[in-house]
Design a protein around this ligand. Sequence first.
Ligand code: COA
Length: 181
Amino acid sequence: MSTSDAVAVRLAQAGDAPAASAILNHYIAESVSNFRTEPYGPEEWAEQFAANADRFPYLVAEVGGAVAGLAYASAWRPKQAYAWTAESTVYVSPGHQGLGIGSLLYGELLKRLEQQGFRSVMAQVSQPNPGSEALHERFGFELVGSIRDAGFKHGAWIGVGIWQKTLAALADPPAPTAPVA
Ligand SMILES: CC(C)(COP(=O)(O)OP(=O)(O)OC[C@H]1O[C@@H](n2cnc3c(N)ncnc32)[C@H](O)[C@@H]1OP(=O)(O)O)[C@@H](O)C(=O)NCCC(=O)NCCS
């Protein structure tokens, strides 16, 4: 990709499952940025998408009509009082990193989560991950904690940084979050 190629960010569709899972599966196999050790099947990603995409934004970035990155949110914890806290995830395909695609995706994801009425966005970043740490700092996330030896992958114990971005103040009590528009 050259810097002149247009990047289009849009809501994901079920048909994006093969491309989205291929990007995720690359990092599952080749890195510790994702703590899964088993690849996604396209059906599994599609099921996860179908179960969550009404409540949480699922976004893809297209370059030349092909999916080059994805970002989505999910529940941080299932217990009801966490309903205003989301977890964010972002992956850009190898070959498209460092070109601003992650920033485009994250800007849209965070804007949407704030509009939906979430209070906080959390991210778990395995350590070290300079690209992801830079992205989260750029968007105002703060490192609020870490888990030592949180997982074992590729023959090593990996720590995880817990990052938080606080969105707009909410009413007391807060209204339920809105569905994805
Ligand atoms: C992390 C990731 C999503 C960032 O997306 P990206 O499109 O490469 O990032 P951008 O080009 O938008 O750059 C965002 C910022 O990070 C910085 N950055 C990007 N890659 C970097 C790297 N490897 N080292 C240091 N800084 C880096 C950029 O300079 C930019 O900072 P700035 O705004 O202050 O200039 C992407 O690199 C990626 O998918 N990495 C592999 C998977 C992964 O780790 N995902 C995150 C899991 S928590």
